[in-house]
Design a protein around this ligand. Sequence first.
Ligand code: BDR
Ligand code: CA
Length: 323
Amino acid sequence: AKKVLLFGDIGIDDTIAILYAYMNDEIDIVGMVADYGNISRENALANIQYVRSLFDSEEIENVKIIVGAEIPMTGELPEYVPEIHGEYGLGPIIPETDGQDGVSENFHDIVEIIEQYQDELVIVNIGRLTSLATMFLLYPDLMRKIKSYYIMGGAFWVPGNVTAVSEANFHGDPVAAQLVLSNTNNNVTIIPLNVTQQAIATPEMVDYIDQVGELPMVKTLLDYYYDYYKERDPNIQGSPLHDVLTLMAINQEDMFTFQHLPVQIVQAREGTERGQSIADIRPYSNMEEEAEEEIRTHRIAFGLDYPKFYTRFMTVMSGQRFD
Ligand code: BDR
Ligand code: CA
C-alpha cells in the first residue's frame, strides 16, 4: 500500500477523500496535517478527529494528526466558505470531538513521518499549500528528497472557482503555492479543476453508496455539497470530488492524460488574477532563451477517463465490484 502524508483543509470533499483511503487497502494515510482553508484550522482538526472516531480500527487510531497553519503566508485573515462545506466543514454535521487527543502541535513530527517512510512516502496536498510550503522553508533538503507530490489545485485555460481564473487552494495562498512549485521539479502531479470538475458523484451514485456501503456520512455530506453547486449551476449533474480525485491519482495514473509544463502562480494580493495558475506551452526553444535558470516542469492532468473514475470510485466506496 502507498504510504500517504496528507495536508488538507478538512471540508466535505477532503473528508470523502479520507473515507476513500480508509476503504482502500492500497492507500495508508500515515499522517494528516490540518490547515485553515474551507474552514478554520480548529474546525479542520476537529473534523479529522470526528471522522477518525467513526472507525474503531487500530490502524486508524494511530494516524498522527498534526496542527498546521492558521493563516496564509500572505498574512491576511482567511475567508472561510461555510456555504459550501457547512459551518463546521461537515455539511450539517456538528462534530463532537473528545478534546485534543492524538493531536500533535509539534511540526517536527512531520519530519519524523518523512524519515520513517522515506522513499515509500507520497505527499498529497488537498488544501492551501501553507504548511507544505513552510516545510520547504524549514527543511528544504528533506523536502526535495520526497519521491512524489500530488497537489489538488489550479485551473489551466478553464474557469476558476473563486474568481474567473483562480482555483481556491492556489487563490487561498498564492505565495505558498509558488514556493512549492519553485522548489520541486519533475516530481509533482497537479490535479486541477480541468479534471476535478469532471469527477462528479451523481445523486444516484451517492444513494447507492449509502444503501450498500458501510460508510457513514457520505450521503449527508454530498447532498449538502450538491445543493450548493446545483444552486449556482442547475445543469451540474452532481458533486465535483476535487480532493478524492487527487488521492485516487496516486494509484490510478491510467485514469488521466498529462502534460509536463512550467507553471507560474500570479502573486497579486487581491483581484481576479490572485492565485491564477499559468502553464507555459510555448516550445522550449522560446523559453530557453528567456530562462536564467533551469526550467522546472510539473505533471498536469488535463484529461480524465470518467468511466475509469466511476468504476474505481464506486468499487471502493461501496465495497462491491463494478467491473
Ligand atoms: C479545493 O478547494 C476546496 O474547496 C476543496 O476542498 C478543494 O480542495 C477546490 O478548489
Ligand atoms: Ca480541500
